[in-house]
Write a protein that binds this ligand. Sequence first.
Ligand code: CA
Length: 275
Amino acid sequence: MHLLRGLQLMVGFSELIHGCIQFDFSREVSFSDNAQVIGTYPGSSKDELFGICASRCTNDIRCNAIDICSENLKCKLIRGWTPLTPGSISEGVCQRFQMKCRDGYFFDRRNESCIQHYICDFESHPESTCFLSASPSNIIWARKSGPTGSSGTGPTSAYRGLYYKYIETSSGANGDKAILESSGAFQAKTYCLTMYYHMYGGTINTLTIRTQKGNNAAIDRWTLSGNQGDFWHHLSGVNLPLDSQTKIIIEATKGSSYTGDIAIDYVELWPFACP
Ligand SMILES: [Ca+2]
C-alpha cells in the first residue's frame, strides 16, 4: 500500500501518456532474471527505486513492468513481460509489478501501450468509461439492480456487479422503442462490440444494434427477437464500421405485454475488428 501510494504521486503527471496509473504487485522473481530488462537504475531505498523505475517505465512505450530489487538496491524496467501465475519463488529478491491501465483502457501488447477501450457496466451514473447515452424515445433504458418489477420476465440480478440497463414493459404500447446512442466521435475503422443480454419472457420483442452515419438510413448490424430463456447470454462480437460521423444505436422494442423486459450489461467496445 505504502509503495503504491508513493508511486501514484510520482507518476501522476504522466498518466495521460499511455493511460496507465499504477503498477500492481505480481510476483517475486530472481535478480538474475534478465531476459527482457531494458534498463537498470540504482537508488537508496525501495521507495525511491519504485519512484525512479515507475516514472521511467510509464514514459517508455516498450516497458510494461518493473522489478524492485533489494539486492544492490536496483530497479529494472521490463519489456513485454507476460503475466505469470501470481506467487512467490524461493530465490526472489526482486518484486515484480505489472503495469496496469486505468479504467477504460487496456494493455495492447502489439503496440505495447494502453489504448482506449469503452466499457458500459452501468455500476455508476454517469460512467466515465461508457460510450452510450439515452436518446429521445417512447420508453427508456432504465438502470436497475436486483430483479425487475414483474415475475416471469427480466433478470433477477446484473450479469456483472450490481447494475444493468433494461426496458420496463409494464406500461407503454406494443412497438415502443428505447434507444441508447453513442455520444462521441470514433476513429475511421472497424470496432468490435461485445456485451451480455437477457431476453426472458413470453412477449419479448426485439433487440437491435445498428450504426448510422449522419442522417443516412441506419444499418442493422445485429438483431435478435423472442424469448431466449432466463439467462444472461454473451454476444461474442459484432463488427461496427465507425468514423467521426457514425454513431452506434442499441434499440430495444417493447412487446405486446408486460412479460417483455429486455436487459443488457457489460457492453464493451474494442478499437479493432472482432477476432
Ligand atoms: Ca453491471
